[in-house]
Design a protein around this ligand. Structure first.
Ligand SMILES: Nc1ncnc2c1ncn2[C@@H]1O[C@H](COP(=O)(O)OP(=O)(O)OP(=O)(O)O)[C@@H](O)[C@H]1O
Ligand SMILES: [Mg+2]
Length: 183
């Protein structure tokens, strides 16, 4: 009898926890990096002329704060460059977890750049990312647009293909041909 009561109480508690979890705002469940990226993107898309999609893998491997900051700053610089140089009106920010690494890809539909001469932005990004054992590369397809890729080593190995499918596809996708530079 006592056992049955205890069991029912426990079931009730589980149900309450589930209900509370369902009410919890999404931001509380996000990693600091994801929350920061969402805020950044909100800021950039505030004027309405620019559409930015974000895809984040679930689960997102945790990185060191320095590595997270490196990825955040890289995304920030990539958005600035896409608007300032490319005059892009659509940008995809995609984080992808692969075994042993996390990859940030920022693709824009702007006019691209036939010959990239790194300035402070890309040079600083390269240095910051190298400091956490990562690499930066970019390419600008002949038909326009710009793709920036940052690879950071991550301890947690998470299989690929787990990113949200609600962003990224549909523009500037497919085979990227043309100029490519490894930083
Ligand atoms: N998304 C992009 N679309 C088109 N061109 C780009 C893009 N990103 C970079 N570039 C080209 O690469 C160059 C170097 O970029 P980088 O960010 O290093 O320097 P910058 O933006 O010119 O100056 P800053 O030091 O303020 O960042 C740019 O001047 C531009 O020609
Ligand atoms: Mg720049």
């Amino acid at each position: 009898m006592l056992n049955a009561i205890q069991e029912r109480a426990r079931d009730g508690l589980v149900a309450v926890r589930r209900a509370v979890d369902a009410l919890r705002p999404r931001e509380l469940e996000q990693s600091p990096l994801e929350a920061a990226l969402r805020r950044l993107i909100d800021e950039y898309s505030r004027n309405g002329a620019l559409r930015i999609d974000l895809a984040v893998p679930n689960p997102l491997p945790r990185l060191s704060p320095v590595a997270e900051l490196g990825l955040f700053r890289a995304a920030q610089e990539a958005l600035t460059n896409a608007v300032r140089h490319g005059r892009a009106d659509r940008i995809a920010v995609v984080l992808e977890a692969a075994p042993g690494r996390l990859v940030l890809k920022v693709t824009d539909n702007g006019r691209g750049c036939p010959a990239v001469v790194p300035g402070n932005g890309l040079t600083g990004m390269r240095e910051r990312v190298a400091g956490v054992g990562g690499r930066v590369s970019w390419e600008s397809p002949a038909q326009g647009g710009f793709v920036l890729e940052v690879r950071i080593p991550a301890d947690e190995a998470v299989g690929p293909g787990e990113a949200d499918a609600d962003a990224g596809a549909g523009f500037a996708g497919g085979a990227v041909v043309g100029r490519s530079v490894e930083a």
